[in-house]
Design a protein around this ligand. Structure first.
Ligand code: GLN
Length: 505
């Protein structure tokens, strides 16, 4: 897409702002408020829709759903959530080299909103069109809004980490609120009765939920446009005189779509997944045994990549396996009040909001004695494995009927502890290990780990069956065991990984 970027590398702005602007939330730059609000609403739309996605696909037509088999639905879930993260690489590339982060976020937000509104219609075509639009739009928005947060700060500005923590709160505030809204619209008897009273079809309640996600993204866009001047000099397009790398754009686009197709094919040909794992191990070994420091650090990045991929493969089943478990096998009641099963999707965010400050305090308190990043990654894997160990007795108990809600509260607690050990640490470790000229690529690799993990989460969820408690317990146990082995391997590799990091902490 052609654009009208600034004529010189020095951005021209009507309201030049000092990098030490402290007029935003908590003494932060004012632009953080804009990005916080926009990302909060974008995540509201993403998680609000995701909370309904697998339920809508698997519910029978008489309940307003698409009536897909679990395996098919989980495959679509995995391919969709993978694409969202995979297209971040392309979205980041387009912003960096063509249109700038600021415009990429705007266009991405518009495309996302269109995607959610498409899903508000009751047709299979608009359903798929919606998924494609949301994946493309998120690819444009998600990486670039994070980059803009980073650009609000001059190098060495001590407020940067706190800024990112506030931003992560925005993400989770949106992710917490949205299932409450979309889930109520899609699943509650009260809203269905209201629709019927208006002479509308209550079976279409799911589409009201999807529309609400679109309204969320629209509010985010309004906030973004109204508050755009707060962003000052951040996120402009590269100078007009710089060459636009069209050839590379073609390559990145082609590689992204090719990978999506290969991973889609892995639904039928599982050997492709094993081949991908083998390729990753070969790449680690190839770089680790090269003599130069840069290659060794790349090997360390690839070990983290591997761990992150496995972590997300379990963690991202929240929207598939756990969503189905919550719907079919859990008593969704507090103090005698029933609630929609999709409300469970808010619980991870509640734990993040409660625990993130505890972790920040812990790391500061431990200072130099805090675990190394390879050890934090190991802890991330350990906790996510434990979360599925907890599901083994929970699954067994379903033989006698629906189980109490505390099991899932516990599951989300363990997963969130794991997330806070791995996710924020991962991002900063990547930036420290990456050779400066490959920073963008390494960020892309981090998103790729999330992408492949999400796909794997779909593949694994394909075997979820609620009818047989024993089989269900085995389903969780096998996965816990697999991640348990990966945890041990990663733990054994901690000293070697540290050595490969060549001094980076
Ligand atoms: N929950 C976080 C977000 O939505 C991280 C998700 C991920 O990286 N897979 O931004």
């Amino acid at each position: 897409m052609s654009s009208a970027p600034e004529p010189s590398p020095v951005p021209i702005e009507t309201e030049p702002e000092s990098p030490l602007d402290k007029n935003g939330i908590g003494g932060q730059p004012r632009g953080l408020t804009t990005l916080f609000m926009t990302e909060m609403w974008e995540r509201f739309s993403y998680y609000g829709m995701r909370a309904l996605l697998i339920l809508f696909m698997t519910k029978a037509a008489v309940d307003g759903g698409l009536g897909f088999e679990t395996k098919k639905a989980a495959g679509i879930y995995g391919t969709y959530t993978m694409s969202v993260y995979l297209l971040s690489i392309l979205g980041g590339f387009i912003a960096d080299n063509f249109i700038g982060a600021r415009r990429a976020v705007l266009i991405g937000g518009i495309v996302i909103a269109c995607g959610h509104y498409a899903m508000a219609f009751s047709s299979v075509t608009t359903f798929y069109a919606g998924l494609v639009l949301i994946a493309i739009g998120t690819g444009l928005l998600k990486p670039n809004i994070s980059t803009m947060v980073g650009s609000l700060y001059a190098p060495g500005d001590a407020r940067r980490d706190a800024g990112f923590s506030i931003f992560y709160m925005g993400i989770n505030l949106g992710a917490f609120l949205s299932p409450l809204v979309t889930g109520w619209l899609a699943q509650s008897a009260a809203w269905k009765a209201q629709l019927a009273a208006w002479g509308l079809d209550p079976m279409h309640s799911w589409h009201w939920g999807f529309a609400a996600a679109g309204v969320g993204m629209t509010l985010g866009l309004i906030a973004y446009v109204l508050q755009r001047e707060r962003l000052a000099q951040v996120g402009h397009a590269p100078a007009a005189h710089l060459a636009r790398p069209w050839g590379k754009l073609g390559l990145v686009a082609l590689a992204s779509f090719a990978l999506i197709i290969v991973m889609k094919l892995s639904d039928e040909y599982h050997a492709l997944v094993y081949a991908l794992f083998a390729l990753q191990i070969a790449a680690v070994l190839f770089f680790a045994f090269r003599p130069d420091q840069e290659s060794k650090r790349v090997a360390a990045i690839l070990i983290f990549f591997f761990a992150a991929e496995i972590f997300w493969a379990i963690f991202e089943q929240t929207g598939s396996t756990i969503s189905l478990f919550a719907d079919q096998l859990t008593q969704n009641e507090v103090l005698g009040h029933a609630f929609p099963s999709s409300w469970w999707q808010s619980v991870n965010s509640v734990w993040v909001i409660l625990l993130a400050p505890v972790f920040a305090f812990l790391w500061i308190k431990l200072g130099a004695r805090q675990p190394s990043s390879p050890l934090k990654f190991t802890l991330g894997l350990l906790f996510v494995a434990l979360s599925f160990v907890l599901m083994v007795p929970a699954a067994k108990l379903t033989a006698a009927g629906k189980i109490g809600p505390l099991w899932l509260v516990g599951l989300f607690f363990l997963q969130t502890v794991g997330e806070l050990c791995l996710s924020p640490v991962g991002l900063s470790t990547m930036t420290k290990l990456a050779p400066p000229r490959l920073l963008g690529l390494v960020m892309g690799i981090w998103f790729l780990a999330a992408a492949l993990g999400n796909k794997l989460a779909g593949v694994l969820a394909g075997d979820f069956k609620s009818e047989n408690a024993g089989e269900l317990a085995t389903f969780f146990w096998h996965q816990a065991l697999g991640v348990g082995v990966a945890t041990l391997v990663l733990f054994a590799l901690v000293p070697w990984t540290k050595k490969l990091m060549c001094g980076v902490k």
